[in-house]
Design a protein around this ligand. Structure first.
Ligand code: F6P
Length: 537
């Protein structure tokens, strides 16, 4: 697809936001509320089951309107339509971007290159459901006839973070007699710890890799196979204890996994957009096919909202616009995401890949250097833990840190008064951040300036459906911002150089004779020191 991105900084719409931002620079959120008593009700928006309150931001209705004009000028509506039409909006990899088809209901048609991809999606989902059910009921056994009690997903990046995050998030809905573990790091301690107390006869490995060439995953998978065979001593055991999730059947077969036990997906699913594909197999085994489908329905509900709602009433788009406002007009460098639900512990880590691998770019779709700030550093941990750690800096530090607070009306477990305490803190934090408090006389260190921007996302309860809605919301927020910045949110060339250099260094570390090191003097010296420490010449 030939996309000619608008150089957004040169448009009158961007200039209008720049001028407006100057007039907003010294405006306090306190004053915005004082001048509009209805603000806390009017600056809200619902998308599927998610309720967004964006009133505690340093912006007005005019700000939203001007930012929406920027999105329109950047061609957001057209790009959303192009995505749904299966056009190759991932320009540098010349691929369609169709994660939205992964959650399309049976019967919907989404085509790319003239092929409706939805039937193939459901064919794989159905196979996954059959397999997951067999594992859950104990019909699928290991080589010795034992039932599976632990599933170990081996993958990294998008083939790890999504299922790992969602497995934690949906623990209340999980089948507890089967545990899932997630091995990603090439550091041998990861696979060692994950397998150390396991019985190979009741362990199932899911090797998840889109490409099936990723160094970490293949290394861990080989180690897992050696571990299994060291105990079960028959190559035939591999077929009962290893399944694969990949787009690369040839490599799966080459590894020794029966392609009958492979669950496929497609090159139009980016790794970080993939846990609702077969990459979510471990999750489906844990929560069952019905809960998995509910999650997909949640994704789909937000997809439809995003595709159809006008930009100003579009929840993911609005989150994107507000992010651009702080990123590009207030110099914010980070975006905090603070879920007030312990089951969402890994949600910020998941979002780090989704957002930073997507929008950490510095050339436009046409290959020009960008001249606006692109993706922020995304970070966060679940509340209330962060309150007793780094919130100090958000309240009284010198930086502007936009934060998304995510909370739930109903708890996953009614335990005493815990939930009211949790949510009291949730509401108190955004109130304190927005409004601040004057310092008592002579105690300037007790001054809370306020004016710290937050979004509040309030959902009824963390369920499979709501998890799908949350993830789809952030996926589409990322696209919205990528379109405005004129970048390709679906490639990840920035990970290549480090991989290549590591391949060059591997033999230098292991060589029996002193290798000829031709790096810079720092890298040479560090490698020599490492070799010496390992007793090599
Ligand atoms: O190196 C980055 C990356 O390609 C991610 O985009 C991806 O999610 C991850 O590696 C894992 O890739 P694969 O699923 O092909 O093993």
């Amino acid at each position: 697809m030939q996309i000619s991105p608008v150089r957004i900084s040169e448009t009158p719409e961007w200039h209008a936001v720049t001028a407006h931002s100057a007039s907003m620079r010294d405006v306090h959120i306190r004053d915005l509320f004082a001048s509009d008593p209805a603000r806390g009700r009017s600056m809200t928006l619902d998308g599927a089951d998610l309720h967004l309150d964006y009133s505690k931001n340093r912006l007005t209705a005019e700000t939203i309107d001007l930012l929406a004009r920027v999105a329109e000028r950047a061609g957001l509506r057209e790009r959303i339509a192009a995505m749904w039409a299966g056009e190759h909006i991932n320009v540098s990899e010349d691929r369609a971007v169709l994660h939205i088809a992964l959650r399309a209901p049976r019967g919907q048609s989404i085509t790319t290159a003239g092929v409706n991809v939805v039937p193939a999606v459901h064919e794989v989902l159905d196979r996954m459901a059959v397999f997951a059910e067999r594992v859950r009921t104990g019909e699928w056994t290991g080589y010795t006839g034992k039932q599976i009690s632990t599933v170990v997903n081996i993958g990294i990046g998008g083939s790890d973070l999504g299922p790992a995050m969602a497995y934690d998030a949906l623990r209340p809905f999980a089948e507890r007699h089967i545990g899932c573990r997630f091995v990603s790091n090439v550091d041998g301690s990861d696979i060692w710890e994950a397998t150390e107390d396991l019985d190979p006869a009741s362990t199932l490995f899911i090797v998840s890799s889109k490409t099936f060439t990723t160094l970490e995953t293949i290394t861990n998978a080989k180690t897992a196979r050696d571990w299994l065979l060291a105990n079960l001593s028959d190559d035939a055991a591999v077929a009962k204890h290893f399944v694969a999730v990949s787009t690369n059947a040839a490599k799966v077969a080459e590894f020794g996994i029966d392609t009958d036990n492979m669950f496929g997906f497609w090159d139009w699913v980016g790794g970080r957009y993939s846990f609702d594909s077969a990459i979510g197999l471990s999750l489906m085994i844990s929560v069952g096919a019905n809960a998995f489908r509910e999650m997909l329905d949640g994704f789909h509900a937000v997809d439809e909202h995003y595709r159809n709602a006008p930009i100003r009433e579009n929840l993911p788009a609005l989150l994107g616009l507000i992010g651009v406002w702080y990123n590009d007009f207030f110099g914010a460098e980070t975006q905090a995401v603070l879920p007030y639900n312990h089951y969402l512990s890994r949600f910020p880590a998941y979002l780090q890949q989704l957002d930073m691998e997507s929008n950490g770019k510095s050339v436009t779709l046409s290959g020009e250097p960008v001249d606006v700030a692109t993706g922020p550093v995304v970070w966060g941990t679940p509340g209330t833990n962060g309150q007793h750690a780094y919130y100090q800096l958000i309240h009284q530090g010198t930086r502007i840190i936009p934060a998304d607070f995510i909370g739930f009306v109903a708890p996953n477990h009614e335990v005493g008064e815990h939930h009211d305490l949790l949510m009291a803190n949730f509401f108190a934090q955004t109130e304190a951040l927005a409004f601040g408090r004057p310092a008592p006389d002579g105690q300037p260190y007790r001054y809370f300036a306020g004016n710290h921007p937050t979004n509040t996302i309030l959902a009824p309860k963390l369920t499979p459906r709501v998890l799908g809605e949350l993830v789809a919301t952030y996926e589409h927020k990322v696209l919205t911002q990528g379109v405005i910045w004129g970048i390709d949110s679906f490639d990840q060339w920035g990970v290549e150089l480090g991989k290549e250099l590591a391949q060059r260094i591997v033999p230098e570390l292991g060589a029996s004779e002193t290798p000829d090191l031709a790096h810079d003097s720092s890298t040479n010296t560090l490698i020599a020191r490492y070799r010496a420490g390992r007793g090599r010449k």
